[in-house]
Ligand binder design. Sequence first.
Ligand code: GLN
Length: 200
Amino acid sequence: MLRIGLVMLQGARHVHIAALTSAAADADIEIEIHELRKASDLIQAEPDALVFPGGESTTMRLTGNDPASGLLPAVFSWLRADATRPVLGTCAGAILLCDPRDGGEPLVAAEIDRNAFGRQVDSFQSALKSSLLARDFPGVFIRAPRFTNVGDSSEVVATLGEEVVGVRFGNRLALTFHPELSNDHGFHQWLLETVKKVAA
Ligand code: GLN
């Protein structure tokens, strides 16, 4: 049984749970999903991997750093404690992985610019190419950030034309779109398969 922690700083709960459940069924992997709201939830859950959903990174920094939660520093130190720990960060989750602002190195070696595609009305859907999944993927972009620089130690794993939209840094994956909002659960499946390899 793999234990997946869902970072619940803002929104996107049901869709990530549905995507993880369906990916687990497809891959024939048993999982248990733990919703994390406070640092103590993370400690109790003892997850094997994390999903770091989107939302508004500014709000997520405020709520996650508030002493009532403390979840954000707990997530960062959980990731820093072991570089093999897998995480899937989408949109604002990707922003926080690339720019944690906790005094440490970026958790994914890439620079990212918030809201770089414009405002809410500039949200869009488009097929993208993913080398990680070896197929096209239906990308849903909502006030998406943009990678402005990808570190040498990171690998580009998804592109939209010339644009980098997915970066892998070891077992950490940062996507500027919302894979939980499409019916292809390949990135969630990648996370589960990565966890299985780490746990083996
Ligand atoms: N615009 C958001 C931010 O800057 C990210 C959007 C999202 O997660 N859908 O945090």
